[in-house]
Design a protein around this ligand. Structure first.
Ligand code: ZN
Ligand code: ZN
Length: 365
């Protein structure tokens, strides 16, 4: 029996009578993580991983929230539900459902590289795996985080030496905290736009080490401001708030920066290729590690990934969802709302993919 089916309200578990990350208000919602396209207001009951409670409350207020630590399971109408780290943002989880001898995993959004700001991704064996495909094209390959940290700190140090403030635009939840975690605070003061501070507080409350951050008015003299790294959400771009920084250098951190022309369209000096989502090799490795024979693809480059998986002999199909949409959504939707659509990439121009280990548990030949 199918443990998850698409319905107009969201992905539905028939035996359990609940939804996973529903986009319309429902009686029972199981939430993978706090990004706006997955955790929406208005449900009568929320179940989420305990590690994400602070974030969900910071974003949705005093919701009727029940939590479960990673790895612990709860039986609801005969369905065993458990959460397993997805490595995407603080509190992000894959939802494992077990019922009648079948195991299904809905992974929400995920990333394989450990980043130091949330529990790292853990592969979960299952019969059916529900995956995102935000960056599901072979051209998307992320540099290691240590390399990105070195690039960002070098850019900041060079600007500071020239007496120019560094302004780095990034999404407020997840991306901003990862960058904070990477910054070398010895270079200068770190200033954050007000929109980021509530989420930083949720991370600090959860025990994630972030360097000290200042609000812009807390930085005394103008000279200190010229040594500063300023983190701001993309909505601050072009706003009067930035004028106080004078002739600043700016940059944008996003997976879309992998595509030529995106930095120019964003109108910034530098682009850093930083994403909270799995890159192409990451998606394939994660799917192979589940051993699943059936794969459902929810959002992003859906047809490309479905076709690739089908060619590997998997039963792959699309699930029509509303993830990656909405004003509060993360990277993918932010790109859509601000640039019209995600950058178009001609698949024919993409690099050929390296085939991963054969999904289904057999070793690669
Ligand atoms: Zn997300
Ligand atoms: Zn998403």
């Amino acid at each position: 029996m199918d443990l998850v089916v698409p319905r107009p309200e969201g992905l539905y578990c028939p035996p359990g009578d609940f939804y996973i990350d529903p986009w319309r208000p429902v009686a029972r919602a199981v939430i993978t993580h706090g990004h706006g396209d997955h955790a929406r207001p208005g449900h009568r009951h929320y179940l989420a991983a305990a590690a994400g409670a602070g974030i969900l409350r910071a974003r949705l207020g005093d919701i009727p929230l029940e939590t479960l630590p990673y790895g612990r399971s709860l039986r609801h109408r005969g369905v065993d539900i458990s959460f397993h780290p997805a490595g995407h943002v603080l509190g992000s989880a894959q939802v494992r459902l077990a019922y009648g001898g079948e195991v299904w995993v809905a992974s929400g959004d995920y990333k394989l590289e450990a980043d130091g700001t949330c529990a790292p991704f853990e592969p979960v064996r299952c019969d059916a795996f529900i995956t995102e495909s935000t960056f599901g094209l072979p051209i998307y390959r992320w540099p290691p985080q240590a390399e990105l940290a070195a690039q960002i700190n070098a850019w900041w140090a060079a600007n500071a030496a020239a007496g120019r403030t560094s302004v780095l635009f990034c999404y407020a939840f997840g991306k901003a905290q990862r960058i904070l975690h990477m910054l070398d605070a010895a270079i200068g003061p770190i200033v954050v736009h007000g929109a980021l501070e509530a989420l930083n507080a949720a991370y600090r409350d959860a025990g994630v080490a972030l360097p000290a951050t200042l609000r812009v008015n807390d930085v005394g003299e103008a000279a200190a401001l010229r040594q500063a790294m300023v983190l701001a959400s993309p909505s601050a771009q072009g706003s009067p708030w930035l004028r106080r920084f004078g002739d600043y250098a700016d940059a944008f951190a996003s997976g879309w920066m992998r595509i030529r022309g995106t930095r120019r369209r964003r109108g910034v000096d530098r682009g850093f290729v930083l994403s909270d989502h799995a890159d192409w090799p990451g998606l394939l490795a994660a799917i192979a590690a589940t051993g699943a024979g059936r794969v459902f693809v929810t959002h992003g480059s859906v047809p490309v990934l479905v076709r690739w998986l089908a060619e590997q002999g998997l039963q792959a199909q699309a699930f029509d969802t509303e993830y990656g949409e909405g004003a509060q959504a993360e990277e993918a939707a932010g790109s859509e709302t601000e640039e019209g659509v995600a950058p178009q990439v001609d698949v024919a121009d993409a690099e050929p993919a390296t085939p991963p280990a054969k999904p289904g548990g057999e070793p690669a030949q």
